[in-house]
Ligand binder design. Sequence first.
Ligand SMILES: NC(=O)NC(NC(N)=O)C(=O)[O-]
Ligand SMILES: [Zn+2]
Ligand SMILES: [Zn+2]
Length: 504
Amino acid sequence: MEKLDLAIRGGSVVLPDEVRRMDVGIRAGRIVKLGDIAADEAKEAVDARGLHVMAGMIDVHVHLNEPGLGDWEGFESGSAALAAGGCTAYLDMPLNGIPPTVTVRALERKLAAAKGRSVVDYGCWGGLVPGRLDELEPLAAAGVVGFKAFMSAPGDPSEEAFREVDDATLLEGMKRIARLGKVLALHAESEPIVARLTAEARERLRSRPGGGKFVGGEFRVGTSAADYSATRPVEAELEAVRRALRFARETGCPLHFVHISSAAAVAAIRAAKEEGMDVTLETCPHYLTLTEDDLGRLGSVAKCAPPLRSEAERDRLWEEIRAGRIDMISSDHSPCPTSMKTGDLLEAWGGISGAQSSLELMIDEGVGRRGLTLPQISRLLSSAPAKRFGLYPDKGEIAVGSHADLALVDLSAGYTLEAGDLYYRHKHSPYVGRSFSCRVAATYSRGRLVYRLGEGVFPAVAEEAAGAAGPEGAAGAGQWLRAGGRPVAAPGFRDDRAARGRSL
Ligand SMILES: NC(=O)NC(NC(N)=O)C(=O)[O-]
Ligand SMILES: [Zn+2]
Ligand SMILES: [Zn+2]
């Protein structure tokens, strides 16, 4: 019998329904054995006693900004941060690179930028934007995992940047994406509501030259956290979610709602699921661990859209998680130069740098304080994303036959996150200064050590790096996860369109 390449011994392995002490045997990048492994069975062994062994997180929502905006983030720094956070695969959004991924040519440029430079595996979203409907089919054929549309303005107003959809584009896009068998991911906030409230907030700011206003007896200059949040109320999210669900009901388009921030939106989506619609949703660690008060305290480093909400809303989202009504967790890592995170809250970049902290936050808060189990966390971070986006059974669970994509987590290694711990190109994050009760100790991608605490990120072994080095010299062995075929329908989806006589 050929020897195992690696045995990870003595860890507590997080399986779909239980946590069990066992060894994990790896050969040729896959898990080939779960159970006791003798010392001479493997070429190499890692002592994982005292650690939990989890399936690597699959982050379905990150913005790595290449090509074009590599000075914001890039495949090397972004994927290194993900690896250090226990993430072994990610799906890159069609913005904020230049050009955005809305044509096959742009996808090719993105893939060229990523090739040999990502530490872990990655897939790519294509974009649904006005005027580019005919690009959907070629993009699907080229292997995008699905399409993403913004229902509100994405923040970069420049000519060549990604544009939000109008309703006609959204409706026609859904018809076509349904025919292509892909999922449409939506940033759901109502542009009419947000644009009007933002214009009014700007007007108020201008009419207070050099001045400010009294907030709770305290004189403040500029936009407060409450002012900013009021420009993007829960109603704006709910209206967009409802409209998108209505269009999806008409067109049969599978939907995935990104970064849902309110229990009301979760409830609307749940009702659609109960109707049998093919729809899923994600929320992000920041909506579960931070509130509007943190935005007030931290400033624009914690600015995002939809905005951080109240403590009550955060607690309701945890209830939704506990009840199994939130399908998955993504980071929505939306980095930028730190200089864009200064100035007035209304004008600062909207987006949180969080890719490195998702798994630790979910364990720290979810398991440590909210009574969730590790298998529940693992479903949210790994198996649900893998199943929804066609990566299962290669990825998403610890099972014989799966890729050896693993995060080794120390549940008793408390630490305080410092800016210097971050692998992002720009070392800001609302979690700097936060104390965590656990820490990722090591990450394996297809059986290859890509991160070890205290040692750092290992982009690739020398042979793999040869010929694959990017412009900056470092190389990553992460592979492009080219999508093919139909994704798996959302849990509970009943394909009774034919029975209802609906024509697409
Ligand atoms: N242009 C962006 O990257 N926006 C992102 N920004 C956030 N979420 O604040 C997003 O996903 O909407
Ligand atoms: Zn968004
Ligand atoms: Zn995003």
